[in-house]
Write a protein that binds this ligand. Sequence first.
Ligand code: PHE
Length: 463
Amino acid sequence: MAAVRGAFTNKLGFILAASGSAVGLGNIWKFPFEVGLGGGAAFVAMYMIFCFLLCFPVMVTEIAIGRKTQKNPVGAFTALGFKNWRFIGVFGVLAGVLILSYYNIIAGWAFGFFFEMVQGNFDVSNNFGVFTSDIVKVCIYAVIFMSFTGYFVGKGISGGIEKLSRILMPTLLLMIIGMVLYSLTLPNAFEGVKFYLIPDLSEINISIVGGALRQAFFSLSLGMGTLITYGSYLSKKDNIVSSAAYITLTDISIAFIAGLMIFPLVAFINQGDMSAVASDQAGPGLIFVTLPQAFATLGPTLGALVGGGFFLLLSFAALTSTVSLLEVPTAYVVDELGITRTKAVLFASIFIFIVGIPSMLGNGASEFFSNQFKITGSTDFLSFASKMTDTMLLFGGLCIVIFAAYVWKKENLNAELANGYEGYQHKGISKYLDFTISFVCPTILAILLVLVVLSNFFGINFF
Ligand code: PHE
């Protein structure tokens, strides 16, 4: 069975692939604009706390369920003997389908910006709305992107996903660090750093807390079974806890460094006035508007080179995430319906592309999909779908910890975690995980989920 399903060649391969899933547009596109809208450093602080306190334990749990059962997120619950809890997996597959449907559109924009940058068309940032409403262009990029994703998922675990992550992740990191160093040399850069790093705790309200929590789950690919699926390809000899720690740290670091790149640039472009990130440059357009202006300052040749390189690598980062998103429905269809991987990929990617059409039309091309989907702070279908799916991830994460702690039971979870981690039960980390998985995650996630739903969907804010 294991041989047929494929497996990661070793622990490093798993960590890189899972980090590849985690690191993507969530870190480089979403994190900076959410920080911008969330008022800066206070959001960053909340995000960090949530990653360690809530997300890391959920991640460990997901990987353990996957490895124990060697199944996709739906089959996993049945394999453990709890058929009634399969709904968590079904919900996860649905969330994955919806996320990929719009994620693919933004990945297509990033890929399109690669071509704009290499042609030296830095002005595209002044007309971002014109770019996103050019439906023919956007559609072509989205088709190309989905085809790449399908191609790599079709190649299977070690052939596709793993090899891709090994080369691209480190390259991306180096590129971003280079950009950080450059952005810090620009005039007014320090204003951006201040906005990003010095928290004003008086600013904290439910929209910041909820936003930071949603961002943490999305960025770490949690709550929909991606890590159940990837865990199912992990060997029994590998240490789940330390792998999860590496993945979490990698993801947080890259988001953090991406912020350190963007905010000095925003400060530079606006002569030190950071109010722009919460107004006209705010939202999903932030990196697409800010970065090309920074590349332009490098001059036509270097700008085209650096700008082109950046958006190409961003597209690669997005690709390792889209691959993980498509892997979930694919593994489900392969395991449960028994059809071949190639057919499953073809079916899933075409279906998801169709689901993504409203998101594609919702950024200017169609009046209806651009303006009729009201949710706090936006009216377009893509933002609506994104807030919906973020909330689904929180719900998924909550159900997964409750299931592991009280249905599957802690002893079984701990036994699985002890595979590949000798003496786990006697280590301090096992106490921390026991406590967070049994008490902290279920309570805090349940409370915040209710508050987030009330705030986002009903406009009711308690603080
Ligand atoms: N974590 C990915 C990113 O940050 C997105 C993602 C979410 C991937 C959920 C898989 C599952 O870009």
